[in-house]
Design a protein around this ligand. Structure first.
Ligand SMILES: [Zn+2]
Length: 266
């Protein structure tokens, strides 16, 4: 079995995901240090106790997640469920690697790029597609940290069709605000809990905004602005970036990476 040093893997991740250029709500990178060598990674959306148990059961040495620990404003004390999680990781010498906004934003491996692939969304690009190869043609983005992608869903023309394709591709029924018959051309999307970015999407001129979560005021903003809103699931929209990143790590370093999906209804 191939191995890579934890240090080398972290350096590759930090440079690939441009970690230093984000001002995030949590530390990105190696959050908890375990073994100095990595040969088997468990990738998942959230560093929950269930994911840690899966890593221990499978004898993995590293966890790779989108939602790690140590969020700004959190009670930092090591008590209760936090103690349990940390004790399990430390007892088994497991590395915890977490990438939040850098993994949302990456133009190929990121959650927004991968959600577009899964949903069949076609991102608008900064340059004419026929003048430059797609890998050198960044997506057109807007909103905080440029986390909203813009584009359309070829083959659909109404909200009902966009919602139906979203439901089918994610295997999860979304919550949809808007007239099913309303015509939809331009769509904005941001994975996870980006419902507060609806106003930024409206300013960007979309007819529909897709994200993972919803809140009470967002329903009124959607109704009153006439912009459709699709809440497709925080977990459901963020399953794909960490898988793409895991596949890339497996390809480059020739180590084992298994994605473990811990189901979450939100
Ligand atoms: Zn998230």
């Amino acid at each position: 079995m191939q191995i890579v040093s934890t240090r080398e893997l972290c350096a590759w991740l930090d440079s690939t995901l441009h970690t230093a250029s984000f001002n995030d709500y949590c530390p990105n990178g190696l959050q908890v240090e375990g073994k100095p060598q990595v040969s088997h990674i468990i990738a998942g959306v959230t560093a929950s106790e269930a994911l840690i148990d899966a890593a221990i059961e499978r004898g993995a040495d590293t966890l790779l997640v989108h939602h790690g620990w140590f969020w700004k404003g959190e009670d930092p004390r090591v008590r209760g469920t936090r103690k349990t999680r940390l004790a399990k990781l430390l007892a088994h010498d497991i590395n915890l690697l977490a990438y939040h906004l850098p993994l949302d934003a990456h133009p190929v491996l990121g959650n927004n790029a991968q959600l577009a692939r899964v949903l069949g969304l076609s991102p608008e690009r900064q340059r004419q597609p026929d003048t430059v190869a797609i890998e050198n043609n960044p997506p057109l983005t807007t909103g905080p940290n440029n986390l909203i992608w813009l584009g359309d869903m070829p083959g659909t023309s109404t909200l009902a069709q966009v919602a139906q394709q979203t439901e089918h591709r994610l295997a999860r029924t979304p919550l949809v605000i808007g007239d099913p018959d309303m015509p939809i051309q331009r769509i904005g999307w941001c994975t996870g809990a980006a419902h507060s970015m609806l106003k930024d999407a409206i300013d960007a001129g979309v007819e529909c905004f897709i994200t993972g979560e919803i809140s009470e005021p967002v329903v009124h903003l959607a109704r009153e602005s006439g912009v459709a809103f699709i809440s497709a699931g925080h977990h459901a929209t963020e399953r794909y970036g960490v898988q793409a990143l895991g596949n890339e790590i497996a390809r480059i370093f020739n180590i084992r990476v298994d994605f473990v999906d811990i189901d979450n209804p939100v």
